[in-house]
Design a binder for this molecule. Sequence first.
Ligand SMILES: CC(C)=CCC/C(C)=C/COP(=O)(O)O
Length: 282
Amino acid sequence: MPSPKARNSAGRSGSVPSPGGGNGRYEFIALNRTPPHLLQRQGSDPTSARLRASESPNRRRGSGSSTSSTGGQQLPEEDCMRLNPSFIEIALSSLLAIDLWLSKRLGVCACEDSSWGSVRPLMKLIEISGHGIPWLAGAAYCLYKSDSIAGQEVMLNLLMALVLDLVLVGVVKAAVRRRRPAHNQMDMFATFSVDRYSFPSGHATRAAMCARFLLAHLVLAAPLRVLVLLWASFVGFSRVLLGRHNVTDVVFGFFMGYWQYNLVEMLWLSPLMFQSMIGQLD
Ligand SMILES: CC(C)=CCC/C(C)=C/COP(=O)(O)O
């Protein structure tokens, strides 16, 4: 004759056979199981799905299996996790999607046939104005021509800043390895191998850093200061219009260039250091 416990379990449609079936443990598990139809509803309910996914691995392990059993159906743990992508993951993928869409729409000078293709030569002129070579050559020329220690100090630090910028941008580009937009024509002059990558925009970092440098040390007249800011903004914006960069490459480039100037101020070569360097060269 079946025991009262066994009768109870047999009468429940929700009882699920367990590895310990037939003894007291079987009864315990069966009585505490939720019927399969409720489990299915729980599985489709986003709140309970989140709760299950946020359950700690230890608790899940404690249930005796690395997978969740729903009425005999095995749910891999990764499925539970996928139901609950973090807020940061959703925000990042949405930002990237908007970035790609916006950059493609703004790349109106990407080639001659583009909607604003006739403005491309002007954009390429702005590109040259933010290129590393004219800046390095200009700073070296001014350093050579300067006859005051103060002037030489500023130009030497500008040279140091430009080299630092090339190194830091190269390191970040090589680490991130984000491809340039598909609509970009790779027809830039004098590039390094890392310049096939687009994050961050080297022109944007240089424009932001040089603009801060000019405003702090060289350009004092208000109209010229406005021009410097406009130039830096145009250099950044032209990168997207030319299809060279996505918007986020340029925005990050501006932040990076702004921060790089702080680094230049920290590493500033003083006249004393400069004189001892000159002395060592003599
Ligand atoms: C050869 C020298 C001295 C600098 C290279 C400058 C350059 C081509 C940077 C790439 O800029 P973007 O990342 O904005 O395209």
